[in-house]
Design a binder for this molecule. Structure first.
Ligand code: PLP
Length: 468
């Protein structure tokens, strides 16, 4: 492809993208293909000779698109979102064009300095104190791993990086509803799954902080070293908001590393009316949230904030001769701030998003989503045969169909209901289990969701119920 062909094809691709967004509601939200359908439809061998781009694009439309689940559809209510927006797509496109590898300040000074700037912006926007420092990670999973490793290194005065973990007596605490990325991080960091203590939750699915205290006392009596506590501010099941101040008190009392996982819910903190939740955050050591979930910045872009950047850098920095540069002492070399050496220019799309929405525009979107959630909740409550299974502090409703006098297995009934809803193609939802109860989750967070999508989603659920 030469530059003129690129120009023409590029224009066509943008036109295709516009058509996609105009018609996105025509597709079944959840891809309806079966396992191997896509694989078997594609060529067995890579082409020996160049192919015509029109042919490649035709195959993209014909063979790839049917296997796509439409995460940007306003009828997507599954998992948590992975939103984009037009400014974000343009930022991503330009970053791809520049193709800059932003591991060091010197490898693209603008990337490093823009990252510093937008992370300072975000910190202020969500109300974190100004002594926190931010860095963009690929995902919240990576940020939480960085937090666990930093906790381990701070405790051992950066010795376990060298000598390894010999007699590991560390304990890390999180609630039973905290995210599986923590289970992964304790494995990778050498702390071990057996040393991740899962604290029980209260009726509202937030961490029972008195149980946390009991577990720590018990561990101390048995010779363990309480190392770290992780608050789930917005659990993935129900968006339960662990109490930041209550956990802060325990973290201080036992001198624990305090990490807050606010992957989804962090975005809601741009609303002043949610700020009171941050009371006690000055005692946190690290905090993560994902603009790639609910801040209209396409995957991947995770915002990781630490109180003491030096601890993070000391945990990760390795400087072989070939990576030394002249300015190392007065610039941020972000390769030292996390796991990978190479880094994409993610700050660009975030900058485009924040500037083109403005804080007010972002707040307006999130407020609309919260209002639409309330509307859906009211509809479900009025139905009479729907049981709401958890409080709704944000944008996620957990419920089940529970008709009067039903004597069969409600879990099986609701499993069947979810299948019917998703096979309709009209909306896409997922499930969780809450104390053994199979619960359907309805998440309201799509960039372009409007009032009418709530009405049609409710109809789709009612239709699926009638077909049971
Ligand atoms: C989604 C989620 C994560 C994981 O996010 P990734 O960026 O995909 O790693 C972690 N914690 C919570 C609470 C989440 O909801």
């Amino acid at each position: 492809m030469n530059i003129e062909e690129f120009r023409q094809t590029g224009y066509k691709a943008i036109d295709w993208i516009c058509g996609y967004f105009e018609n996105i509601e025509q597709y079944p939200v959840k891809s309806q293909v079966r396992p191997r359908d896509v694989y078997d439809s594609l060529g067995q061998n890579p082409p020996e000779y160049p192919e015509n781009f029109d042919d490649i694009f035709a195959d993209f439309e014909k063979k790839i698109m049917p296997g796509i689940t439409h995460w940007q559809s306003p009828n997507f209510h599954a998992y948590f979102p992975a939103n984009n927006s037009f400014p974000s797509i343009i930022g991503e496109l330009l970053a791809a064009a520049l193709g800059a590898q932003c591991m060091l300040w010197e490898t693209s000074p603008a990337a490093a300095e823009l990252e510093e700037l937008v992370m300072n912006w975000l910190r202020g926007m969500i109300g974190l104190p100004s002594y926190f420092t931010g860095v963009i990670q690929d995902t919240a999973s990576t940020a939480t791993l960085a937090a666990v490793l930093s906790a381990r290194e701070r405790y051992s005065h950066f010795e376990s990086n060298g000598i390894g973990l010999n007699e590991n007596k560390f304990r890390i605490y999180c609630s039973i509803d905290a995210h599986s990325s923590i289970d992964k991080a304790v494995r990778i960091s050498g702390i071990g799954s057996n040393n991740l203590v899962k604290i029980k939750t209260k009726d509202d699915f937030t961490m029972d902080v008195s149980d946390l205290n009991c577990n720590i006392i018990n561990d101390l009596e048995n010779g363990y070293i309480p190392l770290m506590v992780i608050a789930a501010f917005g659990t993935t099941g129900t968006t339960a908001l662990d109490s930041i101040p209550d956990i802060a008190e325990i973290a201080q009392k036992y001198n624990l590393w305090y990490h807050i996982d606010a992957a989804l819910a962090g975005s809601a903190l741009i609303l002043p009316e949610y700020r009171h939740h941050l009371q006690g955050v000055q005692h946190a050591d690290s905090f993560v949230f994902n603009p790639h979930k609910w801040l209209f910045t396409n995957f991947d872009c995770s915002a990781y904030f630490v109180k003491d950047a030096q601890t993070l850098v000391n945990t990760f920095a390795i400087t072989p001769e070939y990576l030394k540069t002249q300015h190392d002492n007065n610039v941020n070399n972000y390769r030292d701030w996390g796991v990978p050496l190479g880094r994409r220019f993610r700050a660009l799309k975030l900058w485009f998003v924040i500037r083109s929405f403005g804080i007010a525009g972002l707040q307006e979107k999130i407020r609309l989503h919260l209002a639409l959630t309330k509307e859906m909740l009211a509809k479900l409550q009025q139905d009479g045969d729907i049981e709401i299974l958890a409080p709704v502090p944000l944008n996620t409703i957990c419920f089940r169909y529970n008709p009067a006098k039903y004597i069969g297995d409600l879990n099986a009934l609701n499993r069947e209901l979810l299948k019917k809803i998703n096979n309709s193609g009209k909306i896409y939802m997922t499930h969780t289990t809450l104390n053994g109860i199979y619960a359907l989750r309805f998440v309201v967070a799509q960039t372009n969701i409007e009032h009418r999508h709530i009405t049609s989603a409710h109809s789709a659920i009612r239709l699926a119920i009638r077909k049971l």
